[in-house]
Design a protein around this ligand. Structure first.
Ligand SMILES: [Zn+2]
Length: 199
């Protein structure tokens, strides 16, 4: 049982608590996937008018006043998209970095792994741009296979014949590959239309 203020009145939603954690795909105003949130959070965004449902399931969520269809996919409205985007800013960690790079070595294109995080400007090298050594940032870290990481070692790119396949940047939304862990048969197949269409 959870409670939330809806339309000025306190309503109660009763569901099995596990259902409150059912993942809902969140799209931005341009239909790009930006996050996955528990259904509880999705309902709050819908009830506050900050999002609209794109897909709903037949399962229902009951409040004292009415029944709601469970959202499967919601879309943020333009007026809040930017603010919510900032809240879900992608954290730099191994999983998210490998996801951004689609689990490919950014030097040789290897897709097998295992992978490591390579600092493009090594931590040990001081450059005019990085007087304290290469930082651990989205712009200075890439996915590399172990042979490429060893080959590059403590060198700057300009000191090697290695080249990056993509300019590393902070992702603007969660990379689609990161949603794959949610793609279990129990989840709605309509997610696929947004996660893998053109990405
Ligand atoms: Zn490689």
């Amino acid at each position: 049982m959870i409670t939330n203020l809806i339309g000025g009145r306190l309503s109660s939603w009763s569901m099995k608590s596990t259902k409150l954690h059912t993942p809902v795909l969140v799209l931005d105003a341009g239909f790009q996937p930006v996050n996955v949130v528990p259904v509880r959070r999705a309902m709050i965004l819908l009830c506050k008018g900050k999002a609209v449902a794109v897909e709903e399931s037949e399962q229902q969520l009951h409040s004292a006043q009415r029944a709601w269809k469970m959202p499967v996919i919601i879309r943020l409205l333009i007026s809040v998209a930017h603010r919510v985007y900032r809240v879900v800013r992608v954290k730099l960690n191994r999983r998210n970095l490998f996801g951004r790079d689609r689990y490919r070595c950014q030097y040789c294109g290897d897709e097998e792994g295992p992978f490591t995080i390579d600092h493009v400007v090594p931590k040990s090298r001081k450059t005019p741009s990085y007087p304290g050594g290469g930082p651990t940032t989205w712009e200075n870290c890439v996915t590399a296979c172990i042979p490429c990481n060893r080959r590059k070692g403590g060198q700057l790119l300009s000191e090697t014949d290695m080249r990056l396949q993509h300019v590393p940047r902070e992702p603007h939304w969660l990379p689609p590959v990161l949603f794959q862990r949610f793609l279990k048969p129990s989840l709605h197949p309509s997610w696929n239309d947004y996660l893998f269409n053109g990405n």
